[in-house]
Design a binder for this molecule. Structure first.
Ligand SMILES: Cc1cc2nc3c(=O)[nH]c(=O)nc-3n(C[C@H](O)[C@H](O)[C@H](O)COP(=O)(O)O)c2cc1C
Ligand code: SF4
Length: 398
């Protein structure tokens, strides 16, 4: 009998060929202006040929003040559109379907990238990575950030995208507003669950007004920030109910954040030596101390967001749920779907290791990914080195 994994599913009105999702994966391959490069096209052509139900792009910044990383793809102005159209056309002509993941980084960014200190909902929250404290957005900046989402969506529609994913996970701006640990405001944008949700609600209402019905709107949501007063599965379930009321077409759940809970987001080995080699010598002692504290804490003996999926699933009614995080074997994938814990299997690192993972699983050539979760690919992109599997050798220069 053919496994449910390889059976079609619909998100909104869009039919996908199977239950596999390539979760968003920052590529560190765009030009510094945010434009698409030939290397990016080649990488996505390969993924498009690989029978993955839905490919979600690496996060794309929607506003110059919301850029997270130096070599991130931009969707913040019309100059980006020819490259983005080329990307979508290439995915389509090779048989794939693509979602653009769009993001405003808020306070989880760098002064060196933005030319100004990063701002979020509240001031005074120190990043363990930059050691700098956040600055607070004023009302105009909040409204400008909200409007940047539908503006980016308008561009995505024009270049022919299949799906939009709003990045509300991993400690970026939407997550910052949703999370009591990052949002300490006492005006209409904070102070209660309803007020913390207001920013995201405005983004969704404006985005849905822009989107035609045939393009589904999905969300990547943190179910656990792993921070005191951060989002937990209970709060995420409450938010999920409100998201369903607002008419989202799908939900992907994740956890952690690059600055505030890195190895909860990408559990596995902590690649200490790989990070250290590219840091200036004055930063090394502190970084060593910080990363050493994490070693051994973030292993996984099973997919690590599935318990949260079980809690959240009933709140979704018939809206499809995608779960990401540490899914590695065919048995785990089938167990998640057969038990109705989620509707789709989302993975990032396994597709870096083996873009043709789905084909190989379907043809019975393998029954698990060979990704070892060594996190060298993650260390690479943090050092502005293009994403690929570096399990056997890590670059010694950029
Ligand atoms: C190199 C790398 C880049 C990533 N970039 C993104 C990103 O752009 N957006 C996002 O939501 N998650 C990003 N993630 C997180 C993954 O989408 C996923 O949530 C996480 O790796 C856990 O899934 P996995 O165990 O299947 O890798 C990235 C992960 C890696 C390893
Ligand atoms: S470097 Fe390769 S093996 Fe290591 S986590 Fe990344 S994809 Fe997996």
């Amino acid at each position: 009998m053919i496994s449910i994994l390889f059976s079609p599913i619909k998100i909104g009105d869009l039919k996908l060929q199977n239950r596999f999702v390539r979760s968003a994966t920052y590529e560190a391959m765009a030009k510094e202006t945010g434009e698409i490069t030939n290397d990016l096209i080649t990488m996505y052509q390969r993924l498009a040929k690989a029978d993955i139900g839905l490919i979600i792009s690496g996060y794309m910044f929607i506003h110059p003040k919301g850029k997270a990383m130096k070599l991130q793809v931009g969707i913040h102005n019309d100059d980006m559109m020819p490259g983005l159209k080329n990307l979508v056309d290439n995915v389509h002509s090779n048989g794939g379907k693509i979602a653009f993941q769009i993001v405003h980084a808020g306070m989880q960014s760098y002064k060196e990238i933005l030319g100004m200190p990063p701002k979020g909902p509240s001031a005074g929250i120190r990043s363990p990575i930059t050691l700098k404290k956040s600055k607070e957005m004023n009302e105009d900046e909040i409204n400008e950030s909200i409007q940047a989402f539908p503006n980016a969506v308008e561009r995505a529609i024009q270049v022919g995208v299949d799906v939009i994913q709003l990045h509300a996970a991993h400690g970026y701006l939407i997550n910052q507003f949703l999370s009591p640990c990052f949002n300490r405001r006492t005006d209409k944008w904070g102070g209660s669950d309803e007020n913390n949700f207001r920013f995201f609600k405005e983004v969704i209402i404006k985005t849905k007004k822009t989107l035609p019905k045939e393009i589904p709107l999905i969300v990547k949501l943190n179910v656990n920030d792993f921070k005191e007063e951060g989002i937990t599965p209970t709060l995420a379930t409450k938010y999920t109910k409100w998201l369903v009321e607002l008419g989202i077409d799908g939900l992907e759940i994740s956890c952690g954040s690059p600055h505030y809970a890195t190895y909860n987001m990408c559990r596995g080995r902590v690649p200490l030596e790989e990070y250290l080699q590219f840091l200036p010598s004055w930063q090394k002692p502190l970084a060593k101390l910080m990363f050493k504290k994490m070693i051994g804490k973030f292993g996984f003996d099973k997919p690590y967001n599935v318990d949260a999926a079980k809690a959240i699933k009933p709140a979704l009614n018939s809206t499809p749920l995608m779960v990401v995080g540490g899914i590695r074997t065919l048995k785990e994938m089938e167990n998640i779907l057969d038990n109705n814990y989620a509707d789709m299997i989302s993975m990032s690192r396994p597709f870096i290791k083996e873009p043709f993972l789905v084909k190989n699983l379907r043809e019975g050539k393998i029954n698990k990914t060979s990704c070892e979760s060594c996190n060298r690919c993650l260390a690479a992109v943090a050092c502005h080195i293009p994403v690929k599997c570096y399990v056997n050798s890590f670059p010694t220069e950029k």
